[in-house]
Design a protein around this ligand. Structure first.
Ligand code: FAD
Length: 485
């Protein structure tokens, strides 16, 4: 049985950021993710806004961590080669009451250390966003705010961690944990056993259940559901800025968000739920998003919605909406990185540093590695190359000359690269997250069967064994009209 210094449970943006941080030190670490891929929990169901940190109450853990995490993103994007844009944020007021809230957020932001925040006038907003609602009166402007593709970031963290020696293991649902008399832990997954000295619990909405495997009941959790919409790239009216309305007590409100890839996202609703797997969309939520975004951009064309999706924010109850990052009071060596609700994406790099410090305080010696490589090369993106480079690539490997996803111009070569990548993509959605094949206007209507065929060929599986995402989510169930399999 493998013994590691640290085992991280959960491969969302929190767990992968922690794995990335751990990979900088002379220690052994593994990440265990229950799903077929990393980044398939809350990390694939969010807006991707790197909130700069004017929202959390000064002095809270969230306030410190949010600002530090957000500030790391431009450097990390360069080192790990993931996409980032810098559209800034308007938080828009429509009334005198809203203005008071915005000034309060300005004060929070200044106290939390957010750079360059300012109140701006309706005219200044309209100069940048000419289609903004005419009753928008003023805004808090956060020009440093960025937007990322959250699962691309999680993949980048995990790939870099793996390249620097951390084992990233998928299909490993943790089902039992035992504390041994020598102080070490024994972890059982569905089909393997692992031993370690320290555990980091980054299991998102299931962090309470994972803690309970050791009898730890230090908090209770519930998910906060949010619907989101994706709009086509081809729109007459496209926001340049992330635009939120004045926030409410539990939610930042319904925003329009320009994305790294040129779509617009509208999100999110916020509804407390009991079901931790309920990532369906609900009609009232979709309507609330359309109505909400029309208060900001009245002419945004709802006919251009190409996809709806949803996510569940992991919320620790009775914790002032804060993160819960601490060593267990009852089991030494067990670190919680729990309740990572919004802005967990923005905060992930600093959550990882906080966990590193907790591990250090708990007695794990954190000696930096001299051969740590902070850089990650990303996969070839055919559509980003100029024609000469595309031609040269096709000469070298004709698979790059075969366009599979016409909407996003994704080639067979890129799909094959993803299937055999450092963190391999073995499902349709894993290929989609790495290559964007199926993310365009037709939402894989024209390319799904081709991607299934490539996955089947490359993995040596029958076509009806290829899954959408979770184990058992098979896409094909047999031949139709008596046709060949
Ligand atoms: C609608 C919505 C909008 C949001 N918008 C933003 C935003 O714009 N900006 C922002 O910063 N944040 C945003 N967030 C918050 C952000 O998505 C989360 O804070 C973040 O994704 C949490 O990441 P995580 O890794 O902690 O959890 P997850 O991504 O859920 O990862 C937990 C992982 O643990 C795994 N796991 C669970 N149990 C086990 C087990 N027993 N064994 C092994 N693995 C296990 C799961 O499969 C999962 O992959 C939003 C969230 C939602 C829902």
């Amino acid at each position: 049985m493998n013994h590691y210094d640290i085992i991280i449970i959960g491969g969302g943006i929190t767990g992968t950021a922690i794995a990335h941080e751990c990979s900088k030190y002379k220690l052994t670490a593994a990440l265990l993710e229950r799903g077929t891929d990393i980044g398939i929990g809350a990390t694939k169901g969010n807006g991707g806004v790197v909130h700069p940190g004017y929202d959390p109450t000064p002095g809270s853990l969230k306030a410190k961590i949010n600002v530090r995490g957000a500030n790391s993103y431009p450097r990390l994007a360069k080192e790990l080669n993931f996409g980032i844009i810098n559209p800034g944020i308007f938080v828009i007021g429509f009334s005198a009451a809203d203005e008071a809230v915005l000034r309060h957020k300005l004060e929070f932001g200044i106290k939390n250390g957010v750079r360059d925040l300012a109140m701006i006038t309706a005219e200044q907003m309209h100069n940048r966003e000419p289609h903004l609602a005419t009753d928008a009166k003023q805004a808090l402007y956060a020009p440093t705010a960025t937007v990322v593709d959250p699962f691309e970031v999680a993949i980048a963290f995990a790939e870099n961690a793996k390249a620097n020696g951390v084992d990233i293991l998928t299909n490993q649902p943790v089902t039992a944990i035992e504390k041994r008399t020598d102080g070490s832990f024994r972890i059982s997954t569905a089909n393997q056993q692992f031993a370690c000295s320290y555990i980091v619990n980054a299991a998102g909405n299931h962090a309470d259940a994972v803690a309970k495997l050791l009898g730890i009941e230090e908090y209770q959790m519930k998910p906060r559901h949010g619907d989101l919409l994706v709009f086509d790239k081809d729109m007459k009216i496209k926001p340049q800025t992330v635009m939120f309305p004045c926030p409410g007590p539990d939610t930042k409100g319904i925003a329009c968000i320009p994305t790294v890839h040129g779509n617009t996202i509208v999100g999110s609703t916020a509804t407390m739920m009991d079901d931790k797997e309920a990532v369906d969309n609900y009609a009232p939520g979709i309507q609330a998003l359309i109505d909400g975004v029309h208060k900001i951009l009245p002419e945004l064309d709802a006919g251009k919605i190409i996809r709806t999706f949803a996510g569940l924010r992991p919320v620790v109850l009775d914790n002032n909406n804060d993160f819960f990052i601490a060593e267990s009071q009852t089991v030494k060596g067990f670190i919680h990185a729990a309740g990572i609700q919004s802005p967990g994406v923005a905060s992930a790099p600093a959550i990882a540093e906080q966990v590193r410090d907790l591990l250090d305080n708990a007695g794990l010696e954190m000696k930096p590695k001299s051969d740590y490589n902070p850089y990650r090369e990303k996969q070839i993106v055919f559509s980003e190359l100029d024609v000469a480079k595309q031609d040269a690539l096709i000469q070298q490997n004709p698979a790059y000359g075969q366009i599979i996803c016409r909407c996003e111009t994704v080639t067979a070569g890129e799909i094959i690269d993803a299937i055999h990548g450092l963190i391999p993509a073995h499902t349709l959605d894993a290929v989609k997250r790495r290559t964007r094949a199926g993310m365009g206007r037709c939402q894989s209507g024209f390319c799904q069967y081709k991607i299934i065929a490539i996955l089947s060929r490359e993995l040596g599986l029958a076509v009806d064994e290829i899954c959408l995402e979770d184990q058992g989510s098979r896409l094909l169930c047999g031949p139709v009209k008596g046709g060949a399999k």
